[in-house]
Design a protein around this ligand. Structure first.
Ligand code: GRF
Length: 203
């Protein structure tokens, strides 16, 4: 089974997933990194680990469709089964999402459907919520939207700062993203309309 991670930045989730694969927690290969940002640290992490990466920059293509076709070509070359979005800062087209329906996961640092978007941690902190968390979900045509797979809450304490909350949320992410991927690779997640069923997990 072949996994592709899509990332645009730091790559801490990429590294956590790779670690889980190396430990045998996830029985699959991390076959490809798709990155759209030449300055992303995740590219260095992939190179160090000997993971193949494809840098596909949006600005090299006139139309989004051409950009995504190049990505699809890379995915097909590596026979990718599962796409894992980990801080990929581009919205995939409805056509792309349809093509890989049920085979794209995303992680978001808030309790969806609250605080969608690129600044979720800061937005939740500034709003003053007492409870935030992390969501792993299947990707559909809308941003930060789709059937929820796992959600882990984090209670915000009085002495927490934006930085301490970020640290705690990332720690949760690094635990639950590999778990969700493991469930998918074991065939334990089923997309049934808008309900995700954890087959054999909760019984
Ligand atoms: C994570 O907080 C993830 O929830 C969000 O983007 C961030 C990526 O972080 N979608 P990293 O690049 O994996 O360190």
């Amino acid at each position: 089974m072949n996994i592709a991670v899509f990332a645009s930045g730091r790559g801490s989730n990429f590294s956590a997933i790779l670690k889980a694969i190396k430990k045998g927690v996830i029985k699959a290969d991390l076959s490809l990194l798709i990155c759209d940002n030449p300055k992303a640290a995740v590219l260095t992490a992939a190179a160090r680990a000997g993971i193949k990466s494809a840098l596909v920059k949006r600005q090299d293509f006139t139309h989004k469709e051409e950009f995504e076709n190049r990505i699809i070509q890379c995915l097909e070359e590596e026979k990718i089964d599962l796409i894992v979005l980990a801080g990929f800062m581009r919205i995939l087209s409805p056509e792309f999402v349809q093509k890989y329906k049920g085979r794209i996961l995303n992680i978001h640092p808030a309790l969806l459907p609250s605080f969608k978007g690129a600044h979720a941690i800061k937005d939740a902190y500034e709003y003053g919520v007492k409870l935030t968390g992390v969501t792993v979900h299947f990707v559909d045509e809308e941003m930060d939207h789709g059937p929820i797979i796992l959600q882990v809450p984090l209670r915000i304490k009085e002495n927490d700062t934006l930085e301490s909350i970020e640290r705690k949320l990332h720690k949760i992410e690094h635990k639950i993203y590999p778990q969700a991927i493991k469930l998918w690779t074991e065939g334990k997640l089923k997309l049934s309309q808008r309900v995700v069923m954890l087959k054999d997990i909760l019984s």
